[in-house]
Design a protein around this ligand. Structure first.
Ligand code: FAD
Length: 394
């Protein structure tokens, strides 16, 4: 069996790594001429780290990442009062792995090392595919073509393969924009380098910060109402630091102190899609953001792509034919990823409640819950066991 994977992001690279580990041929085709160190912070929760451990990449990653001690530490915008905090030191005992705060570029770099370099083809933009009863053929903008048993579309939220299968439906605009900045830790008081995923919740907006790159850098991401008409998503778009600061004027001093050190900031639209029930079309499977792009409020976009990758390798390896493997993949992944997509979408309202009775009820609910139990359904999930079960159920 051989597989063509379109997209050299986290989902595409993880797919190739899991397939190759099982001796299944996989080639990755990426449109960019080079895999640049683009992006900012990503949270890797135990459900994803358990899978990455199997690829042997966690050892390389941990020297460049930060092991989270506290996760989801919610603060009230005005006075910094802590509303909820997860003790992540229990994760290894409960879920077999810690959670890690990483730079996306570091994750891409270690995943690249888990893939046979001769199977990565840069500067190959997929422009079309056709399938027959036995094969799927793929065309690229540079006039190259290839053929395989399976095609995995890991080409991101604006996936052209998805568009060719289901029609050109634009992604859903959340009405929010994301601001992203990286600040050298030595420009900030030491408390900002604490291994904590810190969130500040306020009316209509929230701000997140945590250290990455072995604590050398503090990653800041914030969500505020988007300017009307600003719906373009680009990981390299620039914003103005003074506009960013103005969005959080009047917030607790720790937020102001952090934003005062921002000298460069990215700004872009925040998009997702509603869950769908079909990820597989014959020999073609959608994976990662191409299948289930989600708002980033559960920090699971990369994690779900990694789960997809591990599940797909499991099902195509175990099923009696490649296409049956994809059927099982869809069966295993649709319910899980739809739940994460919906939960992430709902968080936009919950995180941004205006001060008043609903916000007070939310804060009380935070105070009443067991913080780690709240995420148990995410962290304890075993994507490979579910995939094996889906194959058995065929
Ligand atoms: C440049 C970039 C930076 C990001 N930075 C962050 C970040 O800082 N923090 C965060 O939480 N998330 C970030 N993300 C999103 C996060 O990586 C994804 O949500 C998640 O990892 C799912 O990954 P994916 O592989 O499904 O999609 P993506 O990561 O979007 O990868 C898709 C890949 O497919 C390639 N591609 C698209 N169309 C074609 C085509 N026609 N032919 C060939 N290749 C194609 C793209 O160039 C890209 O490399 C970033 C994504 C990108 C692309």
């Amino acid at each position: 069996m051989d597989t063509v994977v379109i997209g050299g992001g986290i989902g595409g690279l993880a797919t190739a790594a899991f397939l190759q580990q099982r001796g299944i041929q996989a080639h990755v085709y990426e449109q960019a001429p080079a895999l640049q160190p683009v992006g900012a912070g990503i949270v890797l929760a135990p459900n994803a780290v358990r899978l990455l451990r199997q690829l042997g990449v966690v050892e390389a990653l941990q020297d460049r990442a930060v092991r989270a001690r506290i996760g989801w530490e919610f603060h009230r915008w005005e006075d910094g009062r802590i509303l909820l905090a997860q003790d992540m030191t229990q994760c290894e005992q409960l879920y077999g792995e810690a959670a890690w705060l990483v730079h996306r570029a570091d994750l891409v770099d270690v995943l690249l090392k888990a893939v046979d370099p001769s199977t990565i083809h840069l500067d190959h933009r997929c422009v079309g595919h056709e399938q027959s009863a036995h094969k799927v053929s793929v065309r690229f903008a540079n006039a190259a073509t290839t053929e395989s048993d399976l095609l995995v579309a890991a080409d991101g939220i604006h996936s052209s393969i998805r568009h060719s299968l289901v029609g050109q439906v634009p992604a859903r605009d959340s009405g929010l924009c994301a601001w992203r900045a990286m600040i050298p830790s030595d420009r900030l008081p030491e408390r900002y380098a604490s291994p904590t995923q810190t969130l500040w919740l306020g009316p209509g907006r929230h701000l997140v910060h945590y250290p990455v790159s072995a604590g050398r850098t503090v990653n800041v991401v914030a969500f505020t109402p988007a300017a009307p008409g600003k719906t373009v998503e680009s990981w390299t778009a620039a914003g103005k630091p003074e506009d960013f600061r103005a969005e959080f004027a009047g917030w607790a001093p720790m937020v102001g102190e952090l934003l005062n050190e921002v000298t460069q900031v990215g700004r872009w639209a925040v998009l997702d899609r509603s869950p769908v029930s079909q990820y597989v079309y014959g020999r073609v499977a959608l994976l990662g953001d191409a299948a289930h792009p989600m708002l980033p409020f559960f920090a699971q976009g990369a994690g779900q792509a990694i789960e997809d990758a591990a599940a797909l390798a499991e099902t195509v390896d175990a099923a009696c034919s490649p296409t049956q493997g994809l059927v099982a993949y869809e069966r295993a992944r649709v319910p899980r990823t739809a739940r994460v997509q919906e939960a992430s979408h709902g968080r936009a309202t919950v995180n941004h409640l205006p001060d008043g009775p609903e916000q007070e009820a939310r804060d009380q609910a935070f105070a009443d819950q067991d913080p780690l139990k709240h995420s148990d359904w995410l962290y304890s999930y075993d994507a490979q066991a579910e995939a094996r079960e889906a194959v058995r159920s065929l």
